[in-house]
Design a protein around this ligand. Structure first.
Ligand code: ZN
Length: 283
């Protein structure tokens, strides 16, 4: 496991002891699990812009649970280089798979919001965007040397499988099968818990990484979970995302107006109150 000891902030950086001297090149912001929380998404997009990062990719679950599905789809379509399909996008577009009753009801309410859009062209454009979301992408960021596998859930079952932090202790075979499908690096979302899985196997939450940053290591495979923009579940209510550099990934947390999103959820009878309540505690 390699920890970063780097100066903070954007701009050219030279990694001490790194063989890659060109590590200062174009970064990519990786967002995931927005879950129709436009207030959180706008705060994250503003933070990305403040850092001077132009390229954004999205690992899925744009919609489901939250009150602003149309706005979130429009923002992602406009701002992201590409997007993956998550299990909640799949549920709205096709069918809910293994959803609890609250999540299923949220998916049907979300679908109704797209259906009742009066502007026929806007309705068609959004459905076309959702219909073209990708299941897996092998991304080589500009100036990047390491191809990165991107999926919503896991490299083994891209849309629906969760990789939990506890799996490194309790599901070693599962972790081995997952890492067998990773060449060097993978990025995922889905659990809403940010951190780095290594093929030891081991799991490091961002707080245990120096400067909330993980330095890629030639001797180690890693699966990086970027956390959730719109519904974090690691007991930190702030929106989570990550910035990918050619040699490292930095985890970022952004405060947003949780009250605003929670109140909007509470106003919609079809969205369970718990979906708003949980945002205050990040769980
Ligand atoms: Zn999700």
């Amino acid at each position: 496991m390699s920890r970063c000891s780097l100066p903070r902030g954007p701009g050219p950086l030279t990694i001490p002891g790194s063989t890659r001297k060109d590590a200062s090149s174009v970064p990519t912001a990786v967002i995931s699990d927005i879950h129709a929380n436009a207030t959180a998404l706008r705060a994250v997009l503003a933070d990305i812009e403040k850092r001077g990062v132009d390229r954004i990719i999205n690992l899925g679950d744009i919609i489901g649970y939250g009150p602003d599905p149309l706005e979130c789809v429009d923002l992602v379509a406009e701002r992201c280089a590409w997007s993956l399909i998550g299990n909640h996008d799949f549920a709205v577009l096709y069918e809910p798979t293994n959803f609890n009753p609250g999540a299923e009801q949220a998916a049907f309410w979300t679908r109704a919001q797209f259906d009742k859009e009066p502007d026929e062209a806007a309705r068609a454009r959004r459905y076309e965007f959702l219909g073209k979301l990708r299941v897996r992408v092998v991304d080589t960021p500009p100036d990047g040397k390491i191809p990165i596998l991107a999926v919503h859930g896991s490299p083994r079952r891209p849309i629906n499988e969760y990789i939990f932090p506890d799996d490194v202790m309790t599901a070693v075979d599962k972790m081995k099968q997952i890492f067998d499908r990773v060449e060097r690096l993978a990025i995922v979302g889905h659990t809403h818990v940010p951190g780095v899985f290594t093929d030891e196997p081991d799991f490091y939450p961002p707080d245990e990484l120096g400067n909330m940053c993980y330095l890629f290591n030639d001797d180690e495979k890693a699966v990086i979970n970027v956390g959730s923009v719109g519904q974090p579940r690691d007991h930190d209510p702030r929106a989570s995302y990550a910035v990918l550099h050619p040699d490292r990934v930095e985890f970022v947390r952004v405060e947003y107006d949780v009250d605003k999103t929670a109140k909007r959820i509470h106003e919609v009878p079809e969205l369970n109150d718990w979906l708003g309540d949980r945002l205050y505690e990040g769980r």
